[in-house]
Write a protein of this length. Sequence first.
Length: 112
Amino acid sequence: MKFLYRYEDVQYAPPVNEWDEPVGEGRVVVYLYSFPVVRRTPKGAWICGVIGKERFVRLDARKRFACPTIEEARKSFVARKKAQLRIYEAMIHRVEKALATTLPTEPFVPIS
């Protein structure tokens, strides 16, 4: 194993016109990063990170920063995005519940 792999998504802002107004929509791009393995241990591997700093990755962990194969990295990315979606859906549900509560019809009077 010479590399570990990780997919990440990046959101780009929409382009702007000469008046600095957005034109169109932004875009999301998914990148596949490959991290060279610097050295191996019985439990994992040290990789050279994005800014050159080494990082340890446990290869037997359920959640790991990078994966030994591209297919495992893809599955890990999908699992992370599904978890993110569940979190944001729960937040939306809480906001909807808060908005559905009965709001006072009289002006707010602070308690002194």
